[in-house]
Design a binder for this molecule. Structure first.
Ligand SMILES: [Zn+2]
Length: 196
């Protein structure tokens, strides 16, 4: 079933000063359109990315390189029990799967490694306009996917995290086990039994 954006949800996410939606969150155009404005999509991305960074900072024993190794199939099998680790893996894998090679390279430099626009432009041979245009495109693309993802969207974050207080593990409704094939195959998502 096609995902339907909810008007009150986008209203809460829209940027008040947005020149396109004027803070209403819906895209201009057709009456009754349920397409969210780009400012809403970018807000979803930014919230998810902030959470990813917060998780990464806490789990300093699990740096991005480790997630990359697992995602690239260097580990044949890895269980991700902790919610924040699961979130980081989800965020990373969904991103990697949905961006093209150029977009992912830019995502990695700019968002994961923290390179500013000047460094990215030099490294990727871009001009300033193309850099910002591409960053916006990446944010909008991922924001939409993070919200529309089935069966478990990454956003809203409190739903993803099941209302759990940080650091406290509730019996989770979904424990996801990820398996990675020898050639870095796709991650499998399997709802398992409840754990205490
Ligand atoms: Zn807007």
């Amino acid at each position: 079933m096609e995902f339907q954006w909810n008007r009150s949800e986008v209203l809460g996410l829209a940027r008040e000063a947005c020149a396109h939606c004027h803070g209403l969150g819906m895209r201009h155009g057709d009456e009754g359109s349920s397409e969210p404005c780009n400012c809403v999509l970018r807000k979803v991305f930014t919230s998810c990315f902030r959470k990813f960074r917060a998780c990464a900072e806490k789990a300093s024993h699990l740096p991005v390189a480790r997630i990359e190794n697992v995602a690239n199939g260097c580990d044949n099998r890895q269980s991700w029990g902790m919610k924040s680790e699961e979130y980081m893996a989800d965020f990373y894998l969904v991103t990697k799967r949905n961006l093209d090679a150029f977009e992912f390279q830019l995502f990695r430099f700019h968002f994961l490694l923290g390179a500013d626009w000047k460094l990215c432009c030099r490294r990727l041979k871009l001009d300033r306009g193309r850099f910002f245009h591409s960053v916006y495109r990446i944010e909008q693309k991922l924001g939409r996917i993070f919200r529309e993802l089935q069966p478990y969207a990454l956003f809203p974050l409190d739903e993803y995290f099941g209302g759990a207080v940080e650091g406290w593990r509730e019996p989770t409704r979904k424990v996801v086990e990820m398996r990675f094939g020898p050639r870095g195959g796709r991650a499998l998502r399997a709802p398992l039994k409840k754990v205490a």
